[in-house]
Design a protein around this ligand. Structure first.
Ligand code: PLP
Length: 389
């Protein structure tokens, strides 16, 4: 019998329970239950055909080998063109590092700055991997609250008040998972101005939902603030915008001073992203954007419907989420905890959602609904939930 002795650090590594909910929902579906999945954080659209073709062509053309660790130069240049088009900023391709998805950027950023004694600030409720990898690194996780009454935007004053001499890294995310909240420009201006007094703090801005804003809002990228470029890690990628979650492709723009270290992390971890996916990534950025516009328009339509339907349910109150493809209704009026509501809706209504507490302790009293599902399914899910409630 093996008697394995694991590293202590392993016990500090968390997870993303949306994947557990997905597994439970799939198991129920396999047993014959009709499950509507409003739990998963990925577009329900296929990757646009011209992007798929570019990946296939790359394989046929013989692109089967390693690429530079930081990504193909042509892809890094395509990223800079896209950033110029969308955010009006100039970025040097050498500071763009391609990754297998958005997640490795957050892992590497936290590994680069996190160690015992260091503090890392992150949103709560927020993407669960932030807290998980901060703990794994040995650093102290310092949450700042995202509150319903602020439209789930962060408060710059609150964030800045939590900075100490031990703070190494601040993580922000707008549009946000799980709330769909978008932090307004004035608040971002205040944060950036306040960071001037804390030159020891690096900033990771997770902008993976930067293409998904509604109601005429425009995305504010932290790249638009030259005064923090030398400490900004701006994360974005293809997963959400181009419905490419399974391809594993993401990137970040890094401060020049970090590029060497993050490239070494890539070499130690995965060498490079598979070549064909990188060619698909070029086609995505340089090709027509109609499919993105159509997908975002469909999300917007569903968003309006789900917000209206949730607000009509007894015990639920749903803010008008401005971005991403999530809503985060307050469920306190149902008398259930977040976890109870998640379990009952799955077991009794056959609707998969994710408990707010999966995104941090301050998500109690909320449920995350993803509206990456068809309008009919959303309508049916709401009818079934109404029956259970
Ligand atoms: N950042 C946020 C806020 C997310 O919600 C997600 C995925 O759900 C990611 C990053 C990671 O995306 P990827 O699948 O590209 O690793």
């Amino acid at each position: 019998m093996a008697d394995l002795i694991f590293a202590r650090s392993l016990s500090r590594l968390g997870t993303e329970s949306a994947f557990d909910v997905l597994a439970r929902a799939q198991k129920l579906a396999a047993s014959g239950r009709d499950i509507i999945n409003l739990g998963i954080g990925q577009p329900d659209f296929a990757t646009p055909a011209h992007i798929v073709e570019a990946g296939i062509k790359a394989l046929r053309d013989g692109h089967h080998g390693y690429t530079p660790a930081g990504g193909l130069p042509a892809l890094r240049e395509a990223v800079t063109r896209d950033l110029h088009r969308r955010h009006g900023v100039e970025v040097h391709p050498d500071t763009v590092v391609i990754q297998p998805g958005g997640k490795p950027t957050m892992f590497f950023a936290v590994l680069m700055f996190g160690e015992p004694g260091a503090e890392i600030l992150y949103p709560n409720p927020g993407f669960p991997i932030y807290e998980s990898v901060i703990r794994y690194s040995g650093a102290t996780p310092v949450p700042f609250a995202l509150q319903e009454q602020n439209g789930f935007a962060f408060s710059a004053e609150d964030v800045l008040s939590k900075i100490t001499p031990a703070t190494r890294l601040l993580i922000i995310n707008s549009p946000a998972n799980p709330t769909g909240g978008v932090t307004p420009k004035e608040e971002i201006d205040r944060l950036v101005a306040g960071l001037g007094a804390h030159p020891h703090v690096a900033l990771m801005s997770d902008e993976i939902y930067s293409n998904m804003l509604y109601g005429g809002r425009r995305h504010v990228s932290l790249l638009q603030y030259p005064e923090i470029r030398d400490r900004l890690i701006m994360l974005d990628g293809w997963s959400k915008t181009y419905a490419m979650t399974g391809w594993r492709l993401g990137y970040a723009v890094w401060p020049e001073a970090c590029v060497d270290a993050v490239t070494r992390l890539c070499i130690n971890d995965h060498s490079c992203v598979n070549a064909a996916t990188q060619f698909a990534g070029i086609a995505a950025l340089d090709g027509p954007q109609d499919a993105v516009r159509e997908m975002v328009a469909a999300f917007d339509q569903r968003r309006k419907v789900i917000v209206e339907r949730l607000n009509a349910l007894p015990g639920m109150r749903c803010a008008d989420a401005a971005g991403a493809f999530y809503v985060f209704p307050n469920i306190e009026g149902t008398g259930m905890s977040a976890r109870q509501a998640q379990d009952r809706l799955l077991d009794e209504a056959g609707v998969a959602t994710v408990a707010g507490t999966s995104f941090g302790a301050w998500g109690e009293g909320y449920l995350r609904f993803s509206y990456a599902n068809s309008l009919e399914k959303i309508e049916e899910a709401m009818a079934r939930i109404a029956e259970v409630l």
